[in-house]
Design a protein around this ligand. Sequence first.
Ligand code: ADP
Ligand code: MG
Length: 136
Amino acid sequence: MEDQFVATEADMLSLGERLARAFVAGDLVLFEGELGAGKTTLIRGILHGLGWKDAVRSPTYNLFSVYDTVPPVLHADLYRVANTAGTGIEDYLESHVCLVEWPKALEGVVDLDDAKRISIAFEGDGRRVRLSNINL
Ligand code: ADP
Ligand code: MG
């Protein structure tokens, strides 16, 4: 478990870039934190770290986006999802680094025992980011 204060959005993007190399295909990474905590911002940094140059949009409405980086990434936002059955996300779990915001809908559907977790909390003007099961 690692814990750090992240003062700005730019620092959150840099943290994501540094984290990118910690993930391999088949990793499931659960992002926890309230609306506006910075989950999508951190994921944007991770994708930049993997060389993605184009936009990273929040997939709230389309549930997930897939990026053909190396390793390839699935970015899901399950905010409005009660159950992932039928969404097709399971098809990506082995082949992609799966970065999931609001992962509650995966509980009981996917084995979360080995999942990596990133939780982000508001702290003053910045954020407190906790990493678990992640080796940098
Ligand atoms: P989430 O996906 O958790 O809902 P977003 O990443 O979409 O959150 O939005 C986070 C918002 O907070 C952005 O508007 C960003 O500019 C702002 N922000 C302010 N400080 C930080 C910080 N330290 N880290 C990340 N985002 C920050
Ligand atoms: Mg988001």
